[in-house]
Ligand binder design. Structure first.
Ligand code: ACO
Length: 378
């Protein structure tokens, strides 16, 4: 092994083959199985997009009805997981709670370790259906409120907002959240998807793989950035103060959350759609200041950093979008989990279909032949 093969952060290393999503980072293109992401955001639903990724083709009407019906029939969580949820400290961060609760779903599965493809698909369907319930219940638990039980006549996005707030969302809010879920479903070999594939490649179980992926997604360099964006928007006192705020951060060499990407050196196509959505929602909900602060930040970053290929990523405008949908700040990253469960599961299925254990090498840079020093001589 020589250092020639070493790529820090695995930049540029091809570690898997996939037929799921295609990214052209120079041109700012994202497709799911060949369909441009914008087209899916406009015309599809989250459930249909997940079916598409899990099956490699769009469903017929009866197939889609069957799939959405199966998801809805599984919204309820096991009683034992609900009991555990009630013991979680109310101060816990939702990302820690959801990680623990998804893991706990495996405890109530009589055969958690089965990894044949139809069984994995079946388990993934339950995780997909129950993650929103776990999150909504945890949010109510920490507020000391009774749980709003799932309404199985509603689609996944609408039912989540219904459970979270105890009342039916407007069609506009439902559509906005559903578009966010579609945009977040899959994205090449991002860190959390790689985590999923690494874990499942040991022939471990799907609960372990998704639990690990949630841990990866939480980091501020990955899915946690959308909360960082919101904290930044809150810290900027006015639209006029945005320029000075960003310049001060850049002078200190701080990274601006919601900007930059390992793969995109052009505008992230998901951000293009979220920007339109954020503008509309900010207008409709009276939060235009958030949108205007965002565009002011983008203008500074464009001047200072676009030449280096640093543009808004998916997290930048999703912060304003989620805020206007009425979600509390610390649920922003968990929203990413709900959407990405679809993609993680698709990758687990793809990995297992042609599995080979992930086991890369390291370049050892430490000493050799060192004598052992007895403890009394150290
Ligand atoms: N603000 C200012 N400068 C930046 C930013 C940023 N957001 N992102 C990258 N840069 C600069 C770095 O300072 C570095 O500059 P240098 O060459 O002068 O040292 C250069 O661009 C390369 O940055 P790296 O961090 O080495 O790039 P890498 O590919 O490792 O990281 C990452 C990509 C982690 C996304 C980075 O851009 C970042 O930290 N962004 C902010 C956090 C964020 O928004 N994460 C969400 C990403 S999308 C997702 O995961 C869902």
């Amino acid at each position: 092994m020589t250092t020639q093969n070493y790529a820090k952060g695995l930049e540029g290393v091809i570690a898997a083959e996939t037929k799921l999503s295609y990214i052209d980072g120079e041109k700012g293109i994202l497709e799911y199985i060949g369909i441009p992401i914008g087209e899916l955001a406009e015309k599809s639903t989250f459930e249909e997009t997940v079916y598409f990724l899990w099956n490699g083709r769009l469903p017929t009407k009866p197939e889609l009805d069957g799939f959405t019906g199966a998801i809805r029939s599984r919204y309820d969580i096991p009683a034992g997981v609900e009991a555990l949820l009630n013991t979680i400290p109310k101060t816990a961060e939702p990302m820690h709670a959801i990680r623990t609760l998804v893991s706990a779903l495996g405890l109530h599965d009589p055969k958690p370790n089965s990894i044949d493809l139809p069984t994995i698909r079946d388990k993934a369907l339950s995780i997909l259906a129950q993650t929103p319930t776990l999150l909504a219940y945890f949010h109510q638990h920490r507020q000391g409120k009774p749980f709003t039980r799932p309404d199985k006549s509603l689609g996944l996005s609408e039912n989540f907002l219904y459970m979270l707030n105890g009342k039916r969302p407007t069609p506009a809010m439902t559509k906005a959240l559903d578009v966010c879920m579609i945009l977040h479903t899959d994205h090449g070999l991002n860190n959390s998807t790689f985590t999923t594939r690494v874990i499942i490649s040991t022939e471990s179980d799907i609960y372990s793989a998704i639990t690990g992926a949630i841990g990866s997604l939480r980091g501020p360099l990955h899915g946690g950035a959308n909360e960082g964006v919101m904290r930044m928007l809150n810290a900027i006192p006015s639209v006029a103060a945005s320029e000075a705020f960003i310049q001060e951060k850049l002078a200190k060499k701080d990274k601006i959350p919601g900007f930059g990407h390992r793969v995109y050196k052009a505008y992230d196509p998901r951000a293009t759609h979220l920007k339109v959505l954020a503008k509309q929602l900010a207008h409709d909900t009276g939060h235009t200041d958030l949108y205007e602060k965002s565009t002011a930040i983008e203008a500074v970053m464009n001047r200072e950093k676009a030449a280096k290929g640093i543009y808004p990523n998916v997290d930048f405008y999703s912060a304003t979008t989620y805020y206007c949908i009425g979600l509390p700040l610390d649920l922003f990253t968990p929203m990413f989990v709900i959407g990405r469960v679809g993609g993680w599961s698709a990758h687990a299925l793809e990995q297992l279909a042609h599995n080979r254990l992930y086991r890369p090498d390291v370049d050892y840079t430490g000493p050799h032949g060192v004598a052992y020093t007895p403890i009394e001589k150290r």
